[in-house]
Design a protein around this ligand. Structure first.
Ligand SMILES: CCCCCCCCCCCCCCCCCCCC(=O)SCCNC(=O)CCNC(=O)[C@H](O)C(C)(C)COP(=O)(O)OP(=O)(O)OC[C@H]1O[C@@H](n2cnc3c(N)ncnc32)[C@H](O)[C@@H]1OP(=O)(O)O
Ligand SMILES: Nc1ncnc2c1ncn2[C@@H]1O[C@H](COP(=O)(O)OP(=O)(O)OP(=O)(O)O)[C@@H](O)[C@H]1O
Ligand SMILES: O=C(O)CCC(=O)C(=O)O
Ligand SMILES: [Fe+2]
Ligand SMILES: [Mg+2]
Length: 332
């Protein structure tokens, strides 16, 4: 047994025996989730410290400082700018504009773009998903066979005055027709300093131990972006944590963790790059008749309308976009 594993075993024994909390483990969730008796959400790869494993088990997220170099982030930023200037055309890429500016005149400029989605065919941006230091952490949550299922570069615009720059509280699993949830993880890297002013991520710690909630468009007066569904009823009293991060810091989080982001009150475009990974052993599920049927219908509509695809299944919209990044492609 490795030293880290041995420390973890001792720690778990301690948890099982004692009702006291461990002061070394910073925990936001301990008042409303029971402490894990077994480790359900993490694998032992010798990378995570026992404290980090317990933190993720209890809170559903883990922030790693300074994981991606400035140099890489600057390169991703340049790749983003080239796409905005329309100097490259990337197959499958979805360029989204904020609902508040979408009706205004088109300008080929980063100021018109609020999000790039599905950049798996852009070699420079997709390099993010293959960064070894990211995959080493991802493996702790997915195991060794890893698929990159969903890619995004978010360029959160200054709020145009209608609060449309907010991202409602949601669970990413709502969008995914594959399981098990515990073998899925999102990596989200700040491309610059993100804080409450420019709309950092906001998470409800511990909610990853719950179930998938019903999602729908929130009733916001100023409008809501396409597909920005939110959890219909979440407990507004649940403690929230604002994840303030520096350039290169990366948070890994569980797809059931309820999270969103606040308004961008600055004049800058807040940038982050992210990838949702899943174990290649995950399997597709049929979401017909479930809470996810509304998103299935929306995604299928877009696939048909935008890509001129005939009948396509929700499952296939994912199978076509997913890419193997480590190990063997077995099931997804
Ligand atoms: C190989 C198979 C391909 C299958 C493709 C399937 C594509 C769908 C992908 C969606 C999957 C979502 C997965 C997310 C999973 C992770 C969890 C993340 C949580 C989120 O991030 S939720 C948000 C994710 N969704 C998006 O980002 C939406 C993606 N955006 C788009 O699909 C397009 O940008 C959009 C919104 C459809 C617009 O594109 P386009 O049709 O090119 O734009 P037009 O300018 O022509 O406008 C058409 C029409 O739409 C209105 N519009 C435009 N932008 C918006 C907006 N942001 N919000 C609301 N409405 C918008 C525009 O006004 C036009 O309306 P009309 O009434 O004038 O027709
Ligand atoms: N009225 C609301 N209904 C639903 N979700 C909301 C509402 N207000 C804020 N949120 C969501 O809560 C999350 C964070 O909101 P928060 O209140 O922390 O941000 P903010 O108001 O922009 O910033 P701050 O509180 O720091 O001033 C975001 O996901 C946001 O979309
Ligand atoms: O970057 C953000 O503002 C939130 C992104 C997010 O949660 C998502 O796209 O799923
Ligand atoms: Fe999300
Ligand atoms: Mg607020």
């Amino acid at each position: 047994m490795s030293r880290a594993a041995e420390r973890l075993r001792l720690m778990i024994n301690h948890l099982d025996r004692s009702s006291a909390t461990i002061s070394a483990v910073p925990t936001y969730a301990q008042t409303f989730t029971s402490r894990p008796q077994t480790l359900r959400f993490t694998h032992d790869t010798d990378l995570l410290t026992p404290e980090q494993r317990l933190f993720y088990e209890e809170n559903g997220f883990l922030l790693i400082k300074n994981l991606v170099s400035e140099e890489d982030i600057d390169k991703f930023r340049m790749a983003f700018e080239r796409i905005c200037r329309q100097e490259v055309k990337v197959p499958g890429l979805v360029v989204m504009r904020d609902v508040a500016i979408v009706k205004s005149e088109f300008v080929a400029d980063e100021k018109a773009v609020s999000k790039l989605q599905d950049f798996q065919e852009d070699p420079e941006l997709f390099r993010y998903c293959n960064l070894p230091q990211i995959l080493n952490y991802v493996e702790c949550f997915t195991g060794p066979n890893i698929m990159a299922m969903h890619t995004m570069l978010i360029n959160k615009p200054p709020d145009a005055g209608k609060k449309t720059s907010r991202h409602p509280m949601h669970q990413d699993l709502h969008y995914f027709p594959f399981r098990p949830a515990d073998s899925i993880v999102c990596a989200w890297t700040a491309m610059e300093k993100v804080d409450r002013q420019n709309g950092c991520l906001v998470v409800l710690p511990g909610t990853h131990t719950g179930t998938l909630q019903e999602h729908d468009y929130p009733e916001w007066e100023g409008g809501v972006n396409k597909m920005y569904h939110g959890v219909r009823d979440y407990d507004p009293k649940h403690p929230r944590v604002h994840l303030e991060m520096e350039k290169g810091d990366t948070v890994f989080f569980h797809p059931l963790l309820i999270h969103g982001s606040g308004m961008n009150k600055t004049q800058g475009f807040r940038k982050a790059i992210s990838c949702h990974y899943a174990s290649a052993e995950c399997y597709y599920i049929d979401v017909k008749g479930t809470l996810q049927e509304n998103i299935e219908n929306e995604v299928k509509d877009i696939a048909i309308r935008k890509y001129g695809l005939g009948e396509i299944t929700f499952k296939d919209t994912w199978a076509l976009r997913g890419r193997l990044v480590q190990g063997e492609r077995t099931s997804l």
